[in-house]
Design a protein around this ligand. Structure first.
Ligand code: GLA
Length: 470
């Protein structure tokens, strides 16, 4: 079900091809076979549209040259054996049963199981296993979606090994759901981007219904990604912060829904802010800024008790609906203030910025595009509060050195920035950022980091999940 591409057509650098050849060699050595299939899934960089996919609002990412490979050969039985490139993790074998038992929390193999479990659920059956080497170069916790790429790649290998076919739009939706196996409440951007990314294009992703619109990325500019070196792993430290944002979004949405129903009638309830895309909300959409001002100006900081009162949560069941964490326990801090006004402002303005940036890119107005990226960062920082000092410093340095637009990308709380730079300035730009951020601000010496290009690099927009022809 996946198209085949040559390695040459994927990368701009020969070094990537050499890297993949090493993966193949290691697969052959570890599994002592010459028969294999190769599947590649890219990481993604989100150009704009942060933390709004779980409101079913559009986002605008691209596939990148950093990626995950799964090199595999089907087995005759129902066992899956996975190993990683290098000696970091030992080989693991598990049996395919209808409900896969997770490895211990934080184990990398859980992403593999998440992908496979999703397919087992979809087809409501079990199939045969495979032996696989998994390799890649997306730094974990860098905001470039290494985890979802692994989920997609694993599902892709299982589908291919079992000759199963599934509509890719459905696959993307199911895998977004399926990643909850590892306990994070994200939206559908990462899995969809990894599957549908398109060479030399950014893709606008609309949700509910899922729809992909590729937009060519102009050749004169480079996309540059820089890791702040603050690690934000969605399945680890950043998990609580991420889940808290999705909780705040849910509460703000419920308050809006209540307001619409009181003022316009029972038909006007919403479950996601994205429901406002429906025609019947057009008048509300046009007035959304004043509505938000009015409704949220006295809701800057609300405690759980106040929210319970405002939303008439008069039973424990209703309370659980809003305040249950992913691990099943209730949000424990009674005195905690939910900053609903700021959160909703981010969501609504970011939605508009995505629409405008897609338009700007289609029209070739890169200056406008960059300006919207900058505004998005400010909103992520001040309203959604998912930035950190390192990301803010990095973005400042990048803008000072000529980035047309610079912002944090992905979940935030660390991870990477993305910026757009005029191609001719790229080399200088990268050197300056190395000097001012990595050497200057972080005080990293060349002894500590021998190869800065692992952390700051340009990327072409690359192809989504595909098989590789060797
Ligand atoms: C993570 C999630 C995505 C999205 C981003 C923030 O990467 O997995 O679904 O919410 O954060 O935009």
């Amino acid at each position: 079900m996946f198209a085949k591409f040559n390695l040459d057509s994927i990368y701009s650098n020969k070094s990537d091809i050499i890297r993949v050849e090493k993966y193949i060699e290691e697969f052959q050595k570890k599994f002592e076979t010459k028969h294999y299939t190769i599947l590649r899934t890219p990481g993604r960089v989100n150009l704009i549209g942060e933390h709004i996919d779980y409101s079913n609002l559009p986002v605008f990412p691209a596939g990148i040259e950093k990626d995950i490979y799964i090199i595999f050969t089907p087995s005759d039985n129902n066992l899956i054996t996975i190993t990683s490139f290098g000696d970091k993790f030992p080989k693991e074998t598990f049996q395919i049963t209808r409900n896969l038992q997770p490895f211990s929390q934080g184990h990398w193999g859980n992403y593999v199981k998440a992908g496979i479990q999703t397919i087992l659920d979809y087809f409501d059956s079990t199939g045969k296993g495979f032996q696989a080497l998994i390799a890649g170069n997306i730094p974990a916790g860098s905001g470039l979606s290494s985890s979802s790429a692994l989920v997609v790649a694993s599902a892709g290998a299982y589908l291919t090994a079992n000759k199963l076919d599934i509509d890719k739009l459905i696959l993307a939706e199911k895998l977004a759901e399926g990643e909850k196996y590892v306990g994070t409440a994200g939206g559908g951007m990462d899995q969809t981007a990894s599957i549908f990314a398109k060479k030399n294009h950014a893709i606008k992703i609309d949700f509910a219904p899922l729809n992909i619109t590729p937009v060519p990325f102009p050749d004169q500019y480079d996309i540059i990604i820089s890791h702040s070196l603050t690690v934000a792993e969605k399945s680890k430290g950043a998990k609580d912060a991420f889940n808290l944002r999705s909780m705040e979004t849910k509460i703000a949405t419920a308050l809006l829904s209540q307001y619409f129903q009181t003022n316009y009638g029972a038909d006007y309830s919403i479950q996601f802010i994205g429901d406002l895309k429906e025609d019947k909300f057009s008048e509300i959409r046009n007035n959304i800024t004043p509505i938000i001002e009015k409704l949220f100006s006295d809701k800057k900081n609300l405690t759980i008790d106040e929210i319970q009162k405002q939303l008439n949560l008069d039973t424990q069941e209703k309370i659980n609906l809003f305040f249950t964490l992913k691990n099943g326990s209730l949000f424990p801090y009674k005195e905690f203030s939910f900053k609903l006004e700021k959160r909703i402002k981010h969501i609504i303005t970011e939605w508009e910025r995505v629409e405008n940036s897609v338009k700007a890119l289609k029209e070739g107005d890169i200056k406008k595009f960059g300006q919207l990226m900058n505004e998005s960062h400010e909103s992520c920082k001040n309203n959604y509060e998912v930035s950190c000092n390192e990301l803010d410093t990095l973005v400042d340095i990048e803008r000072k050195n000529g980035a047309i637009g610079a912002r944090l990308t992905g979940a935030g709380f660390g991870g990477s920035t993305v910026c757009i730079v005029f191609k001719e300035k790229t080399e200088n730009f990268i050197n300056n950022v190395i000097n001012e951020y990595y050497r200057g601000y972080l005080k990293k010496t060349t002894n500590e980091i021998t190869n800065f290009s692992e952390f700051i690099f340009k990327t072409k927009a690359t192809q989504g999940t595909c098989l590789i022809d060797i």
